[in-house]
Every structure is written in structure tokens, then in C-alpha cells.
Design a protein around this ligand. Structure first.
Ligand code: G6P
Ligand code: MN
Length: 421
């Protein structure tokens, strides 16, 4: 069995390697085809992986590829985890909307659309190069739009991932004083726009509105991208749990002000720490039993992806929150929408579980985000300027045609993207 990993030079890779180690017995004998256009980062991660596998007698073979076709040839699973344009591209996505008074974020809003314009063509190439019955397991953002584009515009089998639900569930466990390991929330909606009304401890549903009524809003320590106090405030108003990206919708203008005051983008902050990070990974890869601490994304991120691959491969029918075709699971969204929803993952793919309607206070918002995402996927495939402009006009952050035009024109110029008139 062969698993191709596209973007294997990524800073998130140590966590993926840990995830593979964790399931080494279930994937014994697999070839792991590491692919990355950056030969240096690729070599570092391959070396780290070989060392970590050897230290634990994990039966994997690691091959290295800078060309796509040999990496994906014969692969049953093609795991995509790259960031097109790197941090330099992300910096543009985060800064251009902000100049026009709109939240600048790598996945939410116009920044996410600019990213989709870069991610989608690469994923279409990956889908075309992969074996026809391969599973594309996609982490590349914006994962919802990428998954939609691949699902509707290629014949490939695709499943979209995001581990945000895990971090958010843990954050809510902390806020609500519930045991994180025993807590399960039904996050439903769209990637980075999910909501949870049903929350269980040891399988028993808790009275969330009552718990939220008693919740004290914590103070202090907020950044524009991590702010439990605003999340608590919002949940108390809504009566259910919002995904942490909800702050960009419900505190939009505050976040714009904070991001402007902050001065540097998240991309710039990460870019500044990346050389040191890779140097540390490279040093760790020389040790007999490497333990890459400070890994980006944490072990959870990689473990989740590998667990999804195992669920597909071993026909586990495991309940997991993934991005897949709705098929009526969420009544408030079209049957062919890509939704993020608890699903049973088995060899035949994910089967989304029936979740009913979205909570009414966020139903319209989520439907609007879906309309935007659908347009975004189409624009990224067709490269039509009209569809691209319609995409930004449809986004809840964008409140004027001039703003939409300015962000689009500046964005495509800065990234050197050509759109058809
Ligand atoms: C969360 C999101 C991912 C996103 C990441 C960015 O994990 O779910 O979709 O890529 O945050 O983290 P970073 O450290 O790069 O800002
Ligand atoms: Mn995510």
C-alpha cells in the first residue's frame, strides 16, 4: 500500500510523522511517498521520519519526490497538506482585505478566496495525476472550497479535513469546566463555520443553554485570532457553541481594528520563526530517537489525518468530523454542498450522519457562506473574473461593490493571477 504526502516539507510534517508512528501497526509495510517542491525541507522531513520510524521499528518505507507524477503513481491515498505561495502568499491574503476595512484571514473572507485561487489549480493537477480510485485526503486550505472544487470538477474521490473541532472542543471543555477527554460535540455546518448544539459527556447529552447561562466570561489574554472571552460572550448570546472562526463574523469590526493596531500579519510572525523551527527539526533529525517538540499544529493535527486514512483503509466505520457531500445530513444546506459534519468513515468513504437543521440564529449566515464557497470553487476552476467578483460580493464580510472590486484587483495583481474577462 502506498500513501503519497503532498507538501511533506511542511512545518506541520513532524506531527504527521507522529500520527503515522501512532498507527504504524495498522499501516505496516506501507510506502510513504514524500513530495515537496522544496528539496531541502523535503530532505529534512524524510530524514526525521526515517529516524523516528527506525527508533520504533515502524515498518514504513519513505521515498522522496520533487515531481508529482512518481509521487502519486500507484498511491491508494494522496494526502495533501501544502500551503500554495507559502507564508509570503498568506501575508498578501491577510493584508490586502485589511487595507479595505475587511478582516484579513488566511481562510475566512476574501483572503481565503485568494488562497483558493492558488490551491484549487494545484489540487486539480493532483487529482488528474492520481490513480482514478485513489482517495484524496485534503488538508490544504481553504479545505471546504478545495474539496468542493475537486468533488464537482474531477472524478476523484475526496475527503476534506480540518482539526479545528478538536481544538475548539478542548477550548470549550476548559471554559465550561467539562472533562475534555470525555466530551463530544456535534460540530455541524461548513469548515471554519460550524456550530454545536448537541454536546455529550460520556455519551450523555448535557443541558448546554443552562450551562452557558452560568458561564462567567473570562477576561484578558486575547489575540485577534485566539479569544476565549469573546467566544464565551458569543455562546452566551447564541445559546450554543460557535467555532472559534465565528469571531470574524460577529466581532468583525473589532478584529479589523485589532489587526490594524497589531501591525504585522500572522504570516509575518510565522515567517520570522520558521528558519529557527526548521533548524531545530534538522538538528532533531540527527538524534537516534528524535522527539520534535514545539511542532506546528501539534500531534493532534497529524494523528487526525492518519486516523482518517486508517478509517478508510481498514473499513472502520469510525465516527469522525470531516468535510464531505451533505446528502441531506444538514437539512438547511443543499444536498450537494460540501459540509463539515460527523460522519461514519469506512472503505466506501464518509457517510454523513443526519443532523437536522442548523440553529436558526446562524442558519442564514451559514447559507450565505455556502453560496460564497460554491462561487469561490467555480471561480477558482473557471478563472472567470465575473464569477470571482460575484464570489466576493456574496461574502458576508464584504459590504460594498467597490470594496469587492478593489480587493479582487489588488489581490490578483499581487499574486500574479490571470482571470478571464
Ligand atoms: C487552525 C485551522 C487551520 C489553519 C491553522 C493555521 O488549525 O483549523 O485550518 O491552517 O489554524 O494555524 P497557523 O499557526 O498557521 O496560524
Ligand atoms: Mn482548519
Amino acid at each position: 500500500m502506498k500513501i503519497a504526502i503532498i507538501g511533506a516539507g511542511s512545518g506541520y510534517m513532524p506531527g504527521v510523522i507522529r500520527g503515522l508512528l501512532h498507527r504504524a501497526a495498522d499501516l505496516a509495510g506501507a510506502e510513504l511517498a514524500f513530495h515537496d517542491p522544496d528539496a531541502g525541507h523535503l530532505a529534512t522531513m524524510a530524514r526525521l521520519a526515517r529516524r523516528m520510524f527506525a527508533a520504533r521499528d515502524a515498518a514504513f518505507t519513505v521515498t522522496e519526490h520533487t515531481a508529482l507524477k512518481p509521487a502519486v503513481d500507484g498511491a491508494a491515498y494522496v494526502f495533501t497538506t501544502f500551503r500554495p505561495g507559502g507564508m509570503a502568499g498568506r501575508h498578501l491574503d491577510e493584508s490586502i482585505p485589511l487595507r479595505h476595512g475587511v478582516v484579513g484571514q488566511e481562510t475566512a473572507g476574501p483572503g481565503g478566496f485568494l488562497m483558493a485561487l492558488r490551491s484549487v489549480p494545484v489540487l486539480l493537477d493532483v487529482a488528474a495525476a492520481a490513480d482514478p480510485d485513489a482517495w484524496i485526503v485534503n488538508y490544504t486550505n481553504p479545505t471546504n472550497i478545495v474539496t468542493d472544487a475537486v468533488a464537482r470538477h474531477t472524478g476523484a474521490r475526496v475527503i476534506g479535513l480540518c482539526d479545528q473541532f478538536a481544538g475548539d472542543t478542548e477550548m470549550w471543555a476548559g471554559l465550561l469546566g467539562l472533562p475534555a477527554e470525555r466530551l463530544e460535540a456535534d460540530w455541524i455546518g461548513l469548515n471554519h463555520a460550524t456550530w454545536a448544539e448537541r454536546v455529550r459527556v460520556d455519551g450523555v447529552q448535557i443541558d448546554l443553554p443552562a450551562l452557558l447561562d452560568r458561564l462567567d466570561v473570562p477576561g484578558g489574554g486575547a489575540t485577534p485570532w485566539r479569544d476565549p472571552s469573546r467566544m464565551a460572550e458569543l455562546a452566551k448570546a447564541l445559546g450554543f457553541l460557535p467555532n472559534s472562526y465565528a469571531k470574524y463574523y460577529f466581532f468583525h469590526d473589532d478584529v479589523v481594528r485589532e489587526l490594524r493596531e497589531k501591525g504585522t500579519t500572522r504570516a509575518e510572525d510565522i515567517q520570522a520563526m520558521l528558519p529557527g523551527y526548521y533548524a531545530q527539526i534538522a538538528a532533531e533529525a540527527e538524534r537516534p530517537d528524535p522527539d520534535p517538540s514545539r511542532e506546528r499544529g501539534g500531534g493532534e493535527h497529524g494523528e487526525f489525518a492518519v486516523d482518517v486514512i486508517c478509517a478508510l483503509h481498514r473499513d472502520e466505520h469510525r465516527r469522525m468530523i470531516v468535510n464531505t457531500v451533505n446528502n441531506g445530513a444538514i437539512a438547511s444546506l443543499p444536498p450537494d454542498a460540501i459540509v463539515e459534519v460527523p460522519s461514519l468513515v469506512a472503505r466506501s468513504g464518509p457517510t454523513p450522519l443526519a443532523m437536522g437543521e442548523l440553529p436558526r440564529p446562524v442558519r442564514g449566515l451559514t447559507q450565505a457562506i455556502h453560496a460564497y464557497e460554491r462561487l469561490a470553487a467555480d471561480a477558482a476552476v473557471t478563472r472567470s473574473r465575473r464569477t470571482a467578483l460575484q464570489t466576493l460580493l456574496a461574502h458576508p464580510f464584504v459590504r460594498s461593490k467597490h470594496t469587492a472590486e478593489a480587493i479582487l484587483d489588488e489581490g490578483v495583481a499581487a499574486h500574479g493571477i490571470a482571470l478571464e474577462r
